[in-house]
Design a binder for this molecule. Sequence first.
Ligand code: HEM
Length: 414
Amino acid sequence: MNVHDGQMPSDGFDPFDLNKPHALWKQFREEQPIFYHEPSGYWVVSRYDDVKAIFDDWKTFSSENAQKPMRPMSEAGRKILTEGGFTAYSGLTARVPPDHTRIRKIAQGAFGPRRFKSIEPQIEVIVKDHLDRLEDAGKDGKPVNFWEIVAFPVPAHVLFTLMGIPDEDVPKIKQYGASRGKMTWSDLTDEEMIPVAHDMVAYWKYIHDLLDMRRETPGDDFPSDMLAAQAAGAEIDNEEIAGLLYSTLFAGHETTSTFMGNYVLAMMENRDAWEAIKADHALIPNAVEEMLRYMPSVVGWRRKARTAKVIGGVELPEGAEILMITGAANRDEAQFPDGEELNIMRDNARTHLSFGYGIHYCLGFQLAKMEASILLRQLSERFPDMKLADGFEATYHRNITFRVPTSVMVELGK
Ligand code: HEM
């Protein structure tokens, strides 16, 4: 966007356009750190301290709008959902205490490092298999789509190992996940909402079928853990367990796929960082933190003010719907000197806000980081000369939260 004299950076702001947002976000931080955006009805917040303060004050800033569709479902779409028996509500992100506290405590038991660590060898194999496919596709030297062959499927295969879901269901669940993302965070037309509504009905049915199967034949997986906890007296009902699956079967792979796509783009555009990682794998953990800061998958998240409150010198009124641009906060110079630069040696990289902050802090953060580290190591070992395809420039899907590239074209090199 061009900003002319007398205009504000927010004039003409399109929050769904994530193609090249960083220059504008910088202007927001510097000139309009909090403003009301009339077309969307959201208060937009971009500085690190302000975003963190909102996340931290869950009593004032409730997460009840975190899953609210940016455009309400059309009448035809609502009919499909109602007739299909779709009653899903958020597993955790849009729930508030005391329900949130109760359900999170039960879910946390199944999301601990022990369970994630136990599937590390399987993750190594899943990544290797997909890099084999990448190698195959790119062996004649022609550009290959890293997004489609690796980033998109790998996190789903990993998550489904945890969920006890067969590999052949991956394409189906990926489709439901993409529809879920669009329904909540994109600006679909009425017509586009129809197939999305059908997918949501199928997704909800899939979850109930899965739970029925696990009731009959329990396995060593997340749904079975939840049902076992319930049978042992944990205070969680069937709809809440289904809600947890509805959320996790999305949150556990879409986010990580997008992150993988984005950090490969970041690495390929920052050759020094790539060379450093190739030479010393011990740098990978901090590099992953830095890439979560610099090129995250989630760049915006929402809260609603229960009462009026002053943040950063601006009064957010009671009922205010708030869009925190975490992608902007992550580059705030006040927290991250030279924040627009990727620096894998950055001391405080891990203070990024890409997993949120406070009572809703992402439950899958260890898994996401483990997957990212394994992929980065294997990639740098197998394709040290990988680069972006000549003339390739990333474009992104329209979305207010997930910065999802449409493709990531690379050449694998020698
Ligand atoms: C790079 C990958 C990921 C990113 C960027 C990410 C980001 C986020 C964000 C921004 C939140 C909301 C935090 C808040 O409101 O304060 C969240 C919550 C959550 N995430 Fe993740 N996530 C990722 C991977 C995962 C994975 C792999 C899983 C599951 C295996 C997962 C499960 C969850 C759950 C269950 C919540 C809800 C927590 C709550 O509301 O208490 N996430 N995540």
